[in-house]
Design a protein around this ligand. Structure first.
Ligand code: PAF
Length: 295
């Protein structure tokens, strides 16, 4: 019997997963759930410049199979709760769920609320949408998958293997909470600034941005220490500057949102950090300024 993997959220990441997973396993079909059904194939441009056309059913929540094998939630953070609530009316609440959101806003509440197993993913795959059904896989990255408390290691392992078989580098892990906070630090140091000034990531290396980023990293390190989040091996500053270097030519996701007139993930990225600062009585004027001036 074939099983269905649902991907809820037909943005860049959802299309990317759908296109890669679609033909990778004979036992498993993939369907992309969004507001509108469509029979147009997904066109994916790979990092090597190859264009793949993938016939993936694009369905609405009402058309979703009652008992999917697995569900990936790939909406933006601010849309995650609502999208899941709408789909939840139509599917088995015990369905395993993988959360792919940036920031640290939805992971904790959805892990506690959803009846089935919930895993979180953090990825450095770079992708953006092209037209109504296309996506460009701009840069290959790495994905980690795990449960916030380290539960369901076998499930995390099998999903990572499934992604690996489809051609995406993925690993299961037992420290996803820490990895999410590390990514949060990277996103907080890059996204609000590049979105506000409409610049590419690499421009943060130049004046006047370099000093601003350094100040933000200092504040972030204090908040992380107070939250008992272990620093990355190379330290916070080296981690952030390495990502800036490696993505110098990218338009960060928050800038893409601004340019497309979409809401941004300001709250999912800066909200948890500012709340943590307040919890620990840390004065964080730079994070506050990012919040006040973020689109
Ligand atoms: O949000 C993004 O675009 C990415 O997480 C990152 C790392 C900032 C690169 O652009």
């Amino acid at each position: 019997m074939t099983e269905t993997t649902l991907i809820l959220g037909p943005g860049a990441l959802g299309r990317l997963l759908a296109a890669y997973l679609a033909y990778s396993d004979q036992q498993c079909t993939v369907a992309l759930v969004g507001r509108q059904a469509s029979s147009r194939p997904i066109c994916l441009v790979t990092p090597e410049g190859e264009t793949l056309s993938r016939l993936v059913p694009r369905i609405t929540a009402e058309e979703a199979p009652r008992q999917p094998a697995l569900m990936h939630l790939t909406t933006k953070a601010y849309a995650a709760e609502q999208a899941l609530t709408e789909l939840a009316e139509h599917i088995d609440p015990a369905t395993p769920l993988v959360l792919w959101q940036n920031g640290f806003r939805v992971q904790e509440p959805l892990t506690r609320r959803w009846q089935g197993p919930v895993l979180c993913a953090t990825t450095t795959e770079g992708a953006y949408t092209q037209g109504e059904a296309g996506a460009v896989h701009a840069g290959r990255g790495h994905t980690f998958i795990g449960h916030l408390d380290g539960a369901y290691p076998d499930l995390a392992d099998s999903i990572a293997k499934m992604l690996g078989k489809a051609g995406l580098f993925a690993e299961s892990c037992t420290d996803i909470r820490q990895r999410l906070w590390h990514k949060l630090a990277v996103n907080a140091a890059i996204n609000p600034l590049v979105a506000r000034y409409r610049i590419r990531n690499g421009q943060l290396r130049d004046r006047p941005f370099r000093l601003i980023v350094t100040g933000i990293i200092d504040e972030l390190s204090l908040v992380m220490e107070a939250e008992s989040i272990a620093p990355p091996e190379q330290g916070w500053a080296a981690m952030v500057w390495k990502v800036i270097e490696g993505t110098a030519n990218n338009r960060a996701s928050m800038l893409q949102d601004v340019l497309a007139g979409r809401p941004t993930e300001r709250d999912a990225i800066l909200g948890p950090l500012r709340e943590a600062a307040r919890r620990h009585d840390i004065v964080a004027p730079r994070l506050d300024a990012l919040w006040d001036n973020s689109p």
